[in-house]
Design a protein around this ligand. Structure first.
Ligand SMILES: NC(=O)c1ccc[n+]([C@@H]2O[C@H](COP(=O)([O-])OP(=O)(O)OC[C@H]3O[C@@H](n4cnc5c(N)ncnc54)[C@H](O)[C@@H]3O)[C@@H](O)[C@H]2O)c1
Length: 245
C-alpha cells in the first residue's frame, strides 16, 4: 500500500476525477476526507467504507474560508495530522472573451483559484508542524495551451501551476512538496457538457486518439502524493495523451 496510514483531504471528491482519487487513495491505505457540495459525496464515502477503506464526507464549499479552516482543524484534531491535500474542486463557465460576463469570470476564479489558495493556507500549518506534506492541485492542459471560450478557466489553471511553484520555494524546507496535474480531456460530468458531435474532432486531435478516464488522472495524483515522489516539487505533470508536447 503506497499511502498506508496517511490522512488525505480531497476537494471535489464526490464525482469525476476526485471520486477516482478518493477511491484509489483509500485502496492504497489512506483515510480520505472528501469535501464537496454534492450530497452524493456521502455515497462515495459509504462505498469506500463498505469495501474495507476509510473515508468521510463533508459538505462544504472550498470558497468558504471559515468553514474550510474549521474543517481542517477538526481533521487535524481527529486524526492528529493532515498528510495530503488534493485541490481538485474546479468549475467551468465557458464563453468567448467578448461575451464572458464578470459573474462568469468571478465564479471560476472564486473556486479554481481562491478555493485552492484557502484550502492550502488552511492545511499548511499542520503540515509544517509535522514536517511533512503533499499538496497536489488540479491544473489543466488548458492552463498551458489556452482554449477557445475559456479565458477564465485557462487563467485559473495557469495560476494553479504558478502557485505550486511558489509553494515549492516557500515550503520545501518544511518537508512539504507542491505540484500540479494538468489533465487533458477526461470523461467526467465536466466534459459531458460538450456536444457529442465535437468528440470525434477532440479524439482526432489527441495523439493517443482517445480521452482519459478519471483513473488515468488519479494514478498521477497517487504518484505525487506518495513517498515515492519525495524529491519531486514544483512540477506540473501533464496527463493528456500527448496533446501538450
Ligand atoms: N474533466 C476534464 O477533462 C478535466 C481536464 C483538465 C482539468 N480538469 C480539472 O480536474 C478537476 C476535476 O474535474 P472533473 O472533470 O472531475 O470535474 P467534475 O465537475 O466532474 O467534478 C468536480 C467536483 O468539484 C465539486 N465542486 C465544485 N465546486 C466546488 C466547491 N466550491 N466546493 C467544493 N466542491 C466543489 C463538484 O461538486 C464536483 O463534484 C477540476 O479542477 C477540473 O478543472 C478536468
Amino acid at each position: 500500500m503506497r499511502l498506508k496510514g496517511k490522512i488525505a483531504i480531497v476537494t471535489g471528491g464526490a464525482g469525476g476525477i476526485g471520486q477516482a482519487v478518493s477511491e484509489l487513495f483509500a485502496q492504497e491505505g489512506a483515510t480520505v476526507v472528501i469535501i464537496d457540495l454534492l450530497p452524493i459525496g456521502k455515497e462515495v464515502a459509504d462505498k469506500i467504507n463498505d469495501t474495507g477503506g476509510k473515508a468521510v464526507y463533508h459538505s462544504l464549499s472550498v470558497t468558504d474560508k471559515s468553514a474550510v479552516e474549521e474543517l481542517f482543524n477538526e481533521v487535524a484534531e481527529s486524526y492528529g495530522r493532515i498528510d495530503i491535500l488534493i485541490n481538485n474542486a474546479g468549475i467551468t463557465r465557458d464563453r468567448t472573451l467578448e461575451k464572458m460576463s464578470e459573474e462568469e469570470w468571478n465564479a471560476v476564479v472564486e473556486v479554481n483559484l481562491k478555493g485552492v489558495f484557502l484550502c492550502t493556507q488552511a492545511a499548511v500549518p499542520y503540515m509544517k508542524a509535522q514536517k511533512y506534506g503533499r499538496i497536489v492541485s488540479a491544473a489543466s492542459n488548458v492552463g498551458l495551451r489556452g482554449n477557445f471560450g475559456q479565458t477564465n478557466y485557462a487563467a485559473t489553471k495557469a495560476g494553479v501551476i504558478a502557485m505550486a511553484k511558489t509553494w515549492t520555494v516557500e515550503l520545501g524546507k518544511h518537508g512539504i512538496t507542491a505540484n500540479a496535474i494538468a489533465p487533458g480531456f477526461t470523461m467526467t460530468d465536466m466534459v459531458k457538457k460538450i456536444p457529442e458531435e465535437h468528440f470525434d474532432a477532440i479524439k482526432a486531435s489527441i495523439p493517443l486518439r482517445t480521452v482519459a478516464e478519471p483513473i488515468d488522472i488519479a494514478y498521477g495524483y497517487l504518484y505525487l502524493a506518495s513517498d515515492e515522489a519525495r524529491f519531486v516539487s514544483g512540477i506540473c505533470l501533464t496527463i493528456d495523451g500527448g496533446t501538450s508536447r
